[in-house]
Design a binder for this molecule. Structure first.
Ligand code: CP
Length: 301
C-alpha cells in the first residue's frame, strides 16, 4: 500500500516521479478554469476523507480542489466533531473509514496518530502535517524551486529561524533530492536530534546565507507551540528575520520561500515576501499540483 507518510519513508525514484508528474499535470492544465476536470481521471468514483485536527487554508482547499479535478469526491472532517476526539481509538476509526473511503488525508498533532491511522487503515493515508513533519509542503517547494532554477540537486538551501516540523521535511528532502541544507537559528530552537547529520549549522545568519540558492523561513510560533512562548521566541529569533539585508548576502538570483501563513515583518519582511526573490505564491499553487501527483501515486496511477 502506498501511504505517503514522510519524504524519507518514500523511495527517491517515487519522489522524482511525483515531482515530474506534478509539473506535467500543471502544464497540461494551463489556462483552464480551476473547476475544469483533468483529461485524466485517476480518482474517478473515489471518495477521499480529508481529516483536520488543526486549522488550514492551503491544505484544505488544495486537496479538495485536486480531488475534484481528478474526478473524485471529498468529505472534509474536523477531528473535534468526530468520535476520534471523544475517545474512539485511532485503530477503530481507521478500520471504519476504510469501509467508506478510498483514500485518507490527515492533519493531526502527534505523529503517532498518523502512524496508527496508516497501520490500521486498508486504504492509503497521506500526511498533511503533524507536529514532526510536513512532507506535502516540501514536495511543493522542491517542485517550485525546480520550475524556477532547474534541478535542486547540489544547490544550497538555507533555513533561517525555528527548527520546526517544516524544517524536518526539508532535512528529509535534502537526503532524497541530494541538496545541501544549512540551518541558522538559536541553539534552543535547534531541530530535533533525529535529524542530526542531515544538515549543517551556522549560527551567524549572514554567514549562513553566503552562496545560498534558496532562503527559507517559517512562522516563529507554530500551531502546536504554546502562545505563552511567543515573546520568548520573538526575542530568540529576532536576529534571524529574513529581510533585504540578509537576502543581499545570498546569491543575486536566490529564491525566497515561506510555506505560509506568515506573520509579516516578524520572520520575514513584506519587502522580501513581495520582492523579486519571492516565490511564496507559486509554492502555495504548487501544493495543488504536487498533492495531485501524490494522490495519483497513492492509488497506483
Ligand atoms: N502551508 C500550509 O500547510 O498552510 P495551511 O496551514 O493553510 O494549510
Amino acid at each position: 500500500m502506498n501511504h505517503f507518510l514522510d519524504i524519507h519513508k518514500t523511495d527517491a525514484a517515487d519522489l522524482r516521479q511525483i515531482i515530474d508528474g506534478a509539473r506535467a499535470t500543471k502544464e497540461a492544465r494551463k489556462g483552464q478554469p480551476k473547476g475544469t476536470p483533468d483529461a485524466d481521471q485517476p480518482l474517478k468514483n473515489h471518495m477521499v476523507a480529508l481529516i483536520f485536527e488543526k486549522p488550514s487554508t492551503r491544505t484544505r482547499v488544495s486537496f479538495d480542489l485536486g480531488v475534484r479535478q481528478m474526478g473524485g469526491q471529498t468529505m472534509v472532517l474536523s477531528g473535534s466533531e468526530m468520535q476520534l476526539g471523544h475517545g474512539e481509538t485511532i485503530a477503530d476509526t481507521a478500520r471504519v473509514l476504510s469501509r467508506y473511503v478510498d483514500l485518507i488525508m490527515m492533519r493531526t498533532f502527534e505523529e503517532q496518530t498518523l502512524l496508527e491511522m496508516a497501520e490500521f487503515a486498508d486504504v492509503p493515508v497521506i500526511n498533511s502535517l503533524t507536529n514532526r513533519s510536513h512532507p506535502c509542503q516540501i514536495m511543493a517547494d522542491v517542485m517550485t524551486f525546480e520550475e524556477h532554477r532547474g534541478p535542486i540537486a547540489g544547490k544550497k538551501v538555507v533555513w533561517s529561524g525555528d527548527g520546526n516540523n517544516v524544517f524536518a521535511s526539508f532535512a528529509h528532502a535534502a537526503q532524497r533530492f541530494d541538496f545541501d541544507l544549512t540551518f541558522t537559528g538559536p541553539e534552543p530552537l535547534d531541530p530535533e536530534e533525529a535529524l542530526d547529520g542531515m544538515y549543517q549549522v551556522e549560527r551567524d545568519p549572514f554567514k549562513a546565507v553566503d552562496g545560498a540558492d534558496l532562503v527559507v523561513t517559517d512562522t516563529w510560533v507554530s500551531m502546536h507551540d504554546p502562545q505563552s512562548a511567543r515573546e520568548r521566541r520573538h526575542n530568540q529569533l529576532r536576529g534571524y528575520q529574513v529581510n533585504a539585508d540578509l537576502m543581499a548576502h545570498a546569491k543575486p538570483d536566490a529564491l525566497f520561500m515561506h510555506c505560509l501563513p506568515a506573520h509579516r515583518n516578524d520572520e520575514a519582511t513584506s519587502e522580501v515576501m513581495d520582492g523579486p526573490h519571492s516565490v511564496i505564491f507559486d509554492e502555495a499553487e504548487n501544493r495543488l499540483h504536487a498533492q495531485k501527483a501524490i494522490m495519483r501515486w497513492c492509488v497506483g496511477g
